[in-house]
Design a protein around this ligand. Sequence first.
Ligand code: NAP
Length: 293
Amino acid sequence: MYKNPIAFIGLGVMGSPMAQNLVKHQYNVKGWNRTLDRSLVTQAQENGVEIVTTIAEAVKDADFVCICVSDVPDVKEVVFGEQGIVHFAKPDSIIIDFSTIGPQAVQEINDQFRSKGLHFMDAPVSGGDIGAQNGTLTIMVGGEKSDYEKSLPILKTMGKNIIHCGDVGTGQAVKLCNQVLASIHMMAICEAMELAKTLNIDPELMIKVCSTGAAGSWALSNLAPKIASSDFAPGFMIKHILKDLRLVQESLENDTLPATNLATQMFKTVEQLGGTEQGTQAMIRAYQDSIEK
Ligand code: NAP
């Protein structure tokens, strides 16, 4: 059966396994990464992603172009830069951006793509590196319904829960709500861990018991055990959650989310402690730091 050629731009913690999942489902994938000398790029190549050295080479024959880079200027760079996607993508191709960059930026990008006869959807994801590896991500899609339907077979190789949220920008809007939930929830986990310690309860016991009750969650089951063993490897880096919380602030007309502000402060403390590339579970370091002081 014919499978559309796909370009994948950005083979980082998320992009590399997502591209590999496309290959597992027999798609021909050309991958491009700014830095070639990265173990995630080698891993993608070993698992069948054809690594190319220019964006032009990746996108020129692709029916779908996937993007997964970091922040707003980075997406703009790979889209509009001198060597960017917009100059080389095939007419009528569908560009899907999985990066978290907020609703305003994707509207702007969509306007430019549409004016060139290209189709664009925002499709930020949730589920972390584990979800990307297992193909079980939640994918929040904003874009034309017809583009969404055409893209569904490829999205299904990467995600388990794929939701069309509405027009371009709505995927990003829902993702920012997700980040507010995740950030405040991380504070709840850290505080339960600190309380367990104070009350001489083994944190592992608290996690086991509370995970099965009304306070159970993905984060409690997956990230709290990492806190208990002081494993701060990412996962989802502090620098990325701070980016997302900045996007939340930029989307607000007034400063109306006090708990989000508090969570932002805690993540910033970890950043000051040198933890910018640690996972979000390193928020516990902010609590431990305040106790030491
Ligand atoms: P990452 O491992 O840091 O990868 C970032 C990727 O973007 C790398 O391929 C990097 O290339 C590329 N990049 C950054 N700036 C660039 C630029 N100016 N030009 C070209 N390429 C550039 O990050 P990640 O964890 O995969 O995250 C990617 C996106 O997914 C982010 O928007 C993040 O918020 C979102 N996300 C991440 C997770 C997670 O758990 N990690 C979960 C949900 C959503 P180099 O290798 O050259 O640096």
